[in-house]
Design a protein around this ligand. Structure first.
Ligand code: DX5
Ligand code: ZN
Length: 215
């Protein structure tokens, strides 16, 4: 039941169509796309035009992680471009419930994201508006950072909260995921693992995806 979502942030930006197209053969379940605006996080990546351009290159669902200010304004553009899952940071949105509802109204799956320092209570009262919650395991902005050791406890606490309020909730984790930290996250209750560096720097990406899955 564990899903693996390789992050294109660590793919070859000059050949993203090719790299996105390879993910299904490698055994990936989702394509994770990191949208950064240079304000919410100290880096800039790409916008809806890139999602639209990549859509024909894979049949896998596109998991769009919005690291942007005012994410509500970007829900429709990314959905129209082909996003299947849209996640927005609780820290970036004054009206998180409204935005999550807006995502669902477009027919996409909705998710709230928490930075490592943001407590779970920031999403407790919107858990029923979420198909998934994404817990950042690094401070967002860059690939290849080290997993923060306090995250497994946070994942387990979210699992307990979700078992009470929304048992179907998926828990996605993102940042510093390798075979070792993947195991900690799976044991704590994560169901979707994002991995950029681990997959794209591997000489055997399919084997790496199997390892992350715990197969
Ligand atoms: C970080 C991004 C992640 C990133 C993960 O801001 O949200 O999705 O690509 O990369 P790794 O797996 O290399 O830590
Ligand atoms: Zn991400």
């Amino acid at each position: 039941m564990i899903k693996i979502a390789p992050s294109l942030l660590s793919a070859d930006f000059a050949d993203l169509g090719r790299d996105a197209g390879r993910l299904a053969n490698w055994g990936a379940d989702l394509v994770h796309m990191d949208v950064m605006d240079g304000h919410f996080v100290p880096n800039i990546t790409f916008g809806p035009a890139m999602v639209r351009a990549l859509r024909p290159h894979t049949a896998l669902p596109l998991d769009v992680h919005l690291m942007v200010e005012n994410p509500a304004a970007w829900v429709s553009p990314f959905r129209d471009a082909g996003a299947d899952i849209i996640t927005v940071h609780a820290e970036a949105d004054r009206h998180l419930q409204r935005t999550l509802q807006k995502i669902r109204d477009t027919g996409a799956q909705s998710g709230a994201v928490l930075n490592p320092a943001t407590p779970l209570c920031a999403v407790e009262h919107v858990l029923r508006d979420c198909d998934l919650v994404l817990l950042m395991c690094v401070n967002p902005g860059f690939g290849g950072q080290r997993f923060l050791p306090q995250l497994p406890e946070k994942i387990a606490a979210l699992r307990r909260l979700a078992d009470r309020l929304n048992p179907a909730l998926e828990i996605e984790v993102d940042g510093g995921i390798d075979p070792e930290t993947a195991k900690l996250c799976r044991e704590a209750g994560a169901t979707i693992l994002v991995a950029g560096h681990a997959v794209f720097s591997s000489t055997d990406p399919a084997g790496m995806i199997r390892q992350l899955r715990g197969a």
